[in-house]
Design a protein around this ligand. Structure first.
Ligand SMILES: *Cc1c(COP(=O)(O)O)cnc(C)c1O
Length: 235
């Protein structure tokens, strides 16, 4: 049977099923896992279809693209998550328009976001990105620098530090995938012993989200499994 092109986001239904199954296997409530649709390089029409089917959280890597999506999706109730690299001269629009930022990895960025968060909005929810494997190509604070950064970010008045985020090395074996996600959970739990209790673990993408759920992920960032393969970036 051919898939009808107007089929309402088949990707969303499939991903939700896989999330529910992985949550059951981990004895977790599927409602404790937030699905963030990663909109990077995706046409606004596929995103709109998923939103109409109930996708409530959208992840954006690039500000310009986020602005285009926001115009195309105006009027739809959505939580906006910034998940891209943050430069310090671009923090203001992020502080003004997003609900969450997952990629805080240095104090200067956090201080700017806090200072620029409009007074009429609730504090900006943030995760600290951790570079679990010390990969030179990736952003994120080194694990040994995390406690000091977390304490400093938690003290900022207009931010709500919610948890940790990681983009671990790509692994094909589920045991290896789980290893990295477990590392992030352990870092989160170690902060709790330090008096900083954080509820969010932003981890798991199209290729590894079942392993992330097994290790306690609360926020999955999923692009291609939801919207189809991305066209190669033009930037
Ligand atoms: C692109 C991206 C994702 C989603 O990747 P998929 O493999 O398409 O699910 C998740 N997180 C970040 C930070 C990304 O840049």
């Amino acid at each position: 049977m051919l898939t009808a092109p107007q089929n309402p986001s088949p990707g969303l239904a499939r991903v939700r099923e896989r999330i529910a199954r992985a949550a059951r296997e981990a004895c977790r409530d599927p409602a404790s896992v937030t699905l963030i649709g990663v909109a990077k390089s995706q046409p606004a029409a596929s995103i709109a279809r998923a939103i109409d089917d109930g996708l409530a959280d959208l992840g954006e890597n690039y500000l310009q693209e986020a602005e285009a999506h926001a115009r195309a999706l105006a009027g739809r109730p959505l939580r906006w998550h910034f998940i891209g690299a943050l430069q310090s001269n671009k923090t203001r629009p992020v502080a003004e328009r997003f609900d969450w930022v997952h990629t805080v990895d240095r104090l200067k960025i956090a201080e700017r976001l806090s200072a620029q968060r409009p007074a009429q909005l609730p504090p900006l929810a943030v995760c600290i990105q951790v570079n679990l494997a010390g990969e030179a190509s990736k952003a994120g604070v080194q694990p040994d620098q995390l406690p000091a950064l977390a304490r400093a970010v938690a003290a900022l008045p207009r931010l709500a530090l919610r948890g940790l985020m990681a983009l671990p090395p790509e692994e094909t074996e589920i045991a290896r995938q789980r290893h990295w996600f477990r590392e992030l959970r352990r870092l989160r739990d170690a902060l709790a012993q330090d008096g900083l209790s954080l509820d969010a673990l932003s981890m798991g993408m199209s290729g590894d989200f079942e392993a992330a759920i097994a290790e306690g992920a609360t926020h999955l960032r999923i692009g291609s499994a939801l919207f189809g393969p991305r066209p190669p970036p033009v930037r």
